[in-house]
Design a protein around this ligand. Structure first.
Ligand code: NAD
Length: 453
């Protein structure tokens, strides 16, 4: 590992990655390598948790392709030197910022969208001009092996290398000095990564998880709400960091919404046989999820087959904030529904919990929407939809507080792997003598006047 990191540092120090032509060429190569190996990638992810080609393309590869295309198009603009205004004290002179790549980067991926969560940060690293060591999640072992194969067979390891492994390998990597660490995963491991990075003062982006609420007020279009919520919750069998973790529903419309949710589940024909559903990633997680289902509160579903790692889409009703299911991120196909009659109290409750990665509001009322967005701190979200904000690369994606720090996709991704050097470029034409010794009352008063004080 030390040799690998040193070889990437040596390569970075040749300045090769700083040329725009090199970045464009590597981005195109990345695109071509993924495209040429799509079949292998589809087969691997199906082996890991029976994810279909349709879902893999729409929720993983499509996003990576569009990020690469945008990065290639915008790399020149993003990496341009940017002019800034110069303050009076420094005239005559020019001011500008020079974006520079941070250097050797480590990207640690999660298993739930293994391609997207590993490759999208790589796009950000390449467009910024960094070298990359990618460590995918060992939990989805087939996709990890597939990524290692296609990358390590096609890229120079001194520029981009996939290192496979679990906790020991990741720990060994984290002991080394990187110039940037980008981590996607749980809040618990996020803390470990942050501590390791602190040792070398390495800047980090942490893309973590949490319990993302969805508010449904009494003015919501319930049919559309049910349709969008069921898709967002049971996509990837709920193993989505920005899935609506639980619903907060106005008491007056709860019964109607519950019925609509069930009919949407039935309409969706969720089954791994038809590709509309996936398995839980491993037995440990399936057992964890099954233990979360309070059988007294099942409104719909609840059936499971442990050997097949299958859990039916499940709705729990009459849930309260004190229930066990509200203690941790669910990360599976169980949807608890909490009803409320006082929106402010419900907002206060959410505010007392760790800051969520996402928050969704289904409503026609501006006041409710504005109140929720004004009061609750969270990563990002949607009005009258869920999950879809991630598909818009015109804004960044990331968490806040316990759900993460920093953001990426599009220009935010470029910034995550860059440092902006501020340069004051002075003219030799003139020099005010005010700052020089000997100091005097008169000089001080002129300084104050020029500052408007
Ligand atoms: P995880 O934290 O268990 O693992 C993530 C990565 O960390 C893996 O590559 C793993 O090998 C490594 N790792 C695990 N334990 C480690 C340790 N002790 N020391 C060093 N490295 C270690 O997370 P996961 O189970 O892969 O993913 C699920 C979590 O990730 C959920 O909380 C989910 O919300 C979150 N997530 C967040 C995003 C996001 O974009 N914010 C996306 C997907 C998943």
């Amino acid at each position: 590992m030390q040799q690998l990191i040193q070889s990437q540092r040596d390569f970075f120090n040749t300045n090769a990655t700083k040329s725009i032509a090199f970045r464009k060429q590597q981005l195109q190569k990345f695109y071509d390598v993924i495209k040429a190996n799509e079949k292998l990638l589809y087969e691997a992810i199906y082996k890991d948790f029976k994810k279909s080609e349709f879902d893999t393309f729409t929720t993983e590869l499509a996003l990576v392709y569009s990020d690469i295309k945008e990065a290639k198009k915008k790399v020149g603009k993003w990496s341009k030197i940017k002019r800034k205004r110069t303050n009076l004290t420094n005239l005559p002179g020019k001011s500008y910022v020079i974006p520079e790549p941070l250097g050797v980067s480590l990207i640690i991926g999660a298993w739930n969208y293994p391609y997207q969560l590993s490759f999208a940060p790589v796009v950000s690293a390449i467009v910024a001009g960094c070298t990359v060591i990618l460590k995918p999640s060992e939990v989805s072992s087939n996709t990890s092996a597939a990524m290692a194969k296609i990358i390590n067979e096609n890229f120079d390891p001194h520029f981009f290398k996939v290192v496979e492994g679990g906790i020991p390998e990741t720990t060994a990597l984290l002991n080394e000095k990187f110039d940037k660490i980008f981590f996607t995963g749980s809040t618990t491991v996020g803390r470990i990564v942050y501590q390791a990075a602190a040792k070398h003062l390495t800047p980090v982006t942490l893309e973590l998880g949490g319990k993302s609420p969805a508010f449904i007020t009494k003015t919501a279009n319930l049919k559309m709400t049910a349709k969008r919520l069921i898709w967002a919750k049971f996509l990837n069998a709920g193993q989505t960091c920005i899935a609506p973790d639980y619903l907060l529903v106005d008491e007056s419309i709860k019964d109607e919404l519950l019925e609509l949710l069930v009919s949407e589940i039935k309409n969706s024909h969720f089954s791994t046989d038809n590709g509309n559903y996936v398995q839980i990633v491993n037995t440990r997680n399936a057992e964890r999820l099954i233990s979360m289902i309070d059988t007294d509160k099942i409104y719909f579903g609840g059936n499971h087959i442990l050997e097949k790692r299958h859990i039916e889409p499940t709705i729990l009703s009459e849930v309260s904030f004190d229930d066990k299911i509200m203690e941790e991120e669910i990360f599976g196909p169980i949807l608890p529904v909490i009803s409320y009659d006082n929106l402010q109290e419900t907002i206060n409750k959410v505010k007392s919990m760790p800051k969520p990665l996402s928050c969704y509001v289904f409503t026609k009322e501006n006041t409710a929407k504005n109140k929720i967005f004004n009061e609750i701190s969270f990563g990002g979200g949607c009005v009258n939809d869920a999950v879809m904000h991630i598909s818009n690369s015109h804004f960044g994606f990331g968490g806040v507080g316990e759900s993460g720090m920093g953001s990426y996709h599009g220009e935010d991704g470029f910034k995550a792997f860059s440092h902006y050097k501020s340069i004051l470029d002075k003219s030799n034409l003139f020099e005010a003598n005010l700052k020089y010794y000997p100091h005097s009352e008169k000089k001080l008063s002129i300084i104050k006047r020029t500052m408007g004080l």
